[in-house]
Design a protein. Structure first.
Length: 245
């Protein structure tokens, strides 16, 4: 074993550990040049800054993960994901293609483009998951009070006929969810069990790449279109320093 009692020994030891480590990475889609490609182990978290027009793919490679997701507007972190409006405005609690993730200002932070997993907008995270989100936020200078209710991806829940919320578990291995980012955001992720399903989680993959053409979505619902108009007005204003967004 290399001695760490000297600076040279400590450096040699650290480099030996780094050389022996194997860092798993997600599988990159064909033809994509990612700006983010990260595998998040169970019990870990991530904080990522993403620009407008970025496509984000979250994946559950083993069919066992649970991703607790929270978004804040990057340049104005007081504007953040509002799960209640994300459910109320589109008249739907269950995420599917075309579903907006709305801020507390009625703007679209992101839109779901495609999904094959089980998700949950109703229960929020476990205590461990919330702690991980707080740690992720702290890396961006955020305090616990800045981080509101989150959405759980890949480990779902549905409302039964009697009104009880029931776990639906995970989709098969390889499930994905794609988002398009409408406004620059700070994306926080925690890989932790679901409140209704405390099984250990598996790895969580995230890949992101520029795809501005995806900002033109096929959701023609009037509620969605109003939110998009509100978003585009804010984005246009943000480009003009003389007009506050």
């Amino acid at each position: 074993m290399t001695s760490t009692q000297s600076t040279d020994g400590a450096r040699a030891h650290a480099r030996a550990q780094a050389a022996a480590a194997t860092s798993a990475r997600p599988q990159i889609p064909h033809g994509v040049t990612p700006v983010v490609a990260q595998r998040i182990p169970s019990g870990s978290y991530a904080n990522i800054m993403l620009g407008r027009g970025t496509r984000v793919r979250l994946a559950d490679p083993s069919g066992t993960t649970c991703a607790h997701l929270f978004l804040l507007r990057a340049e104005s972190p007081w504007e953040r994901l509002n799960v209640a409006d994300t459910v109320k405005v589109p008249w739907q609690a269950y995420l599917s293609a075309g579903h907006p993730l709305l801020s507390d200002q009625g703007r679209v932070l992101a839109t779901v483009l495609d999904t094959s997993g089980h998700h949950d907008t109703l229960c929020g995270p476990t205590t461990a998951g919330r702690h991980q989100l707080h740690l992720a936020g702290a890396k961006q200078g955020l305090e616990p009070r800045d981080i509101g209710p989150s959405i759980a991806l890949f480990r779902g829940a549905r409302v039964a006929n009697n009104g009880a919320i029931e776990s639906t578990g995970n989709a098969p291995a390889g499930a994905t969810l794609d988002l398009i980012i409408h406004l620059p955001v700070t994306l926080l992720l925690a890989n932790a069990p679901h409140p209704l399903d405390d099984r250990p989680t598996g790895d969580l993959d995230i890949i992101a790449w520029p795809s501005p053409a995806d900002l033109i979505t096929t959701n023609s619902d009037p509620e969605y279109q109003r939110a998009v108009d509100n978003t585009e007005a804010a984005w246009s204003a943000a480009q003009n320093s003389e007009v506050p967004a």
